[in-house]
Design a protein around this ligand. Structure first.
Ligand SMILES: *Cc1c(COP(=O)(O)O)cnc(C)c1O
Length: 385
């Protein structure tokens, strides 16, 4: 165990790049550095071939065709392109969007922008375990509804949502279905056709690939989908997302997806074992600890807990050699209470006494045992103060 740096237990914010991914990326920095758009020499041809090879690997993971997959800078951009692209297309005239109040900020912020632009957004509630109500979805659909967007796996509390069932409801009601799969692609088996997903946003850096690259799946078979580009330029990616492709990142993204697909069950089994060990030991040390989210429908590596009467900021300050967080990385720089914990009914005090562990592929049992020991010491110290 390397104790020269904090133990990394924040794998829902980002993951280290798998060494096998780094290996595969290296030649693309200073040997095969060509522009994928160059058509007149070997550098361009090999870049293009590598991008298409990556596209094939990623398409295989989510079971789509290669020509349904577009590269972006990450899930945030994919979500922007999907939601704004649909809304701003002249071919869509309806105005109502359904989403949930426990979504990632990327979705909530885009929906708020669309709301300012005249769209009507329903933010459906989740229950105390973070689960959704399918009947409430059905009841919320109006003549004017054209889009439903939900995240597949919640980045803060780990809930996994019943995508296939929601997809069925959308299909029956002629509603376009967008899924934020940033936390599930590569971690849970996804079949975009079987699940009735029309649009799927996901990211490389949550699954041991490089930062700054993501994907957007757009279903070809649904002729109702019309996306207005939000970036204009050189015609790449079918003009849907122009701009020079980040070839080295895309190569890494493809390799990361291949590794995830090959190791999915193994990864999940190991990660779940560590998560349950951490949870069970923490329960012994801290009898009044509360687990947030649903334990049955949950991402393997996620543990979000409330330790009443101990401020998460004090806890994290005292736990300098363990990298954990109070929720979403995108909001933890602001002194703001987690909107997801609020959505499941936690008071401000309890939400600010909550921390999130994100266990990943490279964590070890020694690291978890060390973490348990440190938390025990720290909680006791803070209790006395
Ligand atoms: C990380 C994350 C995003 C944003 O992805 P980026 O690639 O970092 O832009 C969106 N949704 C969820 C659920 C996430 O976990």
């Amino acid at each position: 165990m390397d104790l020269t740096r904090p133990i990394y237990l924040d794998n829902f914010s980002t993951t280290p790049v798998d060494p096998k991914v780094v290996q595969e990326m290296l030649p693309y920095f200073n040997e095969k550095f060509g522009n994928e758009g160059s058509r007149t020499h070997l550098y361009g041809w090999e870049a293009r071939e590598s991008v298409e090879f990556a596209r094939e690997r990623i398409a295989k993971l989510i079971k789509c065709n290669m020509n349904e997959l577009y590269f972006t800078s990450g899930a945030t951009e994919s979500i922007n392109l999907a939601l704004k692209g649909l809304a701003y297309s002249k071919k869509h005239t309806k105005k109502h969007i359904i989403t949930f109040n426990s979504e990632h900020k990327a979705t909530i912020d885009v929906c708020e922008k669309l709301n300012k632009d005249g769209y009507i957004v329903s933010y459906l509630p989740v229950d105390e375990y973070g689960n959704i109500d399918l009947d409430l979805i059905k009841d919320s659909i109006t003549e004017d509804t054209f889009l439903l967007t939900i995240l597949h796996g919640n980045n803060e509390i780990g809930n996994i949502y019943p995508i296939k069932k929601i997809g069925d409801i959308c299909k029956q009601n002629n509603i376009i279905f967008h899924v934020d799969g940033a936390q599930t692609v590569g971690k849970i088996n996804i079949d975009v056709n079987d699940m009735n997903i029309d649009l799927l946003s996901f990211s490389s850096h949550k699954i041991y690939g490089p930062k700054g690259t993501g994907g957007l799946y757009i279903k070809k078979a649904n002729s109702q989908i019309h996306l207005e580009s939000i970036i204009h330029g050189g015609g790449q990616e079918n003009n849907i997302r122009p701009g020079t492709l980040a070839v080295q990142n895309i190569v890494g993204f493809g390799k990361a997806c291949e590794i995830c697909q090959e190791n999915l069950e193994n990864d999940n089994r190991g990660i779940l074992g560590l998560r349950n060990h951490l949870m069970n030991e923490l329960k012994k040390i801290i009898p009044n600890i509360k687990i947030n989210g649903d334990l049955k429908n949950r991402l393997a590596g996620n543990l979000n807990v409330t330790i009443p009467n101990i401020k998460n900021s004090s806890l994290m300050m005292s736990l300098r050699d363990i990298a954990i967080s109070n929720g979403s990385a995108c909001t933890s720089s602001l002194p703001e209470t987690s909107h997801v914990l609020k959505a499941i009914g936690l008071s401000k005090d309890l939400a600010n006494s909550s921390i999130r562990f994100g266990i990943g592929r490279f964590n070890t049992i020694d690291e978890i045992n060390y973490t348990i020991e440190k938390i025990n010491e720290t909680v006791n110290k803070l209790r006395i103060l």
